[in-house]
Write a new protein. Structure first.
Length: 113
């Protein structure tokens, strides 16, 4: 009979705690919303798959689920009504913050988990 491996119940011991500090991101998204999220300690990935500009994670996207989706609109840009209705009518509503390039955003809180 073959030996079977045991699947760990957590990946905490598999990934060193200092791995987040080892890798530098050279091509970061631009814009006030992206900077605000990054200053707050969030990680972002393209949100196209979920119908938004960014998927926002509280840490490494390989270790966490996205906490919310984020879109950025210009002050004069119309927000598509279907984007708003989609969130209200969703069986699992997600949080979707809105921002504009000229907005003065509050200081981001540093989130570490």
């Amino acid at each position: 009979m073959d030996n079977f491996g045991v699947t760990p119940t957590s990946s905490r011991d598999l990934i060193p705690a200092d791995v987040d500090r080892e890798f530098e991101v050279s091509d970061t998204p631009e814009g006030p919303l992206a900077r605000y999220l990054q200053d707050g300690g969030y990680h972002t990935t393209p949100g196209l798959r979920f119908g938004s500009e960014y998927s926002v994670y509280p840490g490494d996207p390989l270790r966490f689920h996205a906490h919310f989706m984020a879109n950025q609109y210009d002050w004069d840009e119309e927000i598509p009504i279907l984007d708003i209705i989609e969130e209200v009518g969703s069986p699992r509503p997600s949080r979707r913050p809105l921002s504009s390039p000229g907005a003065i955003l509050p200081r981001a809180r540093r989130r570490r988990t």
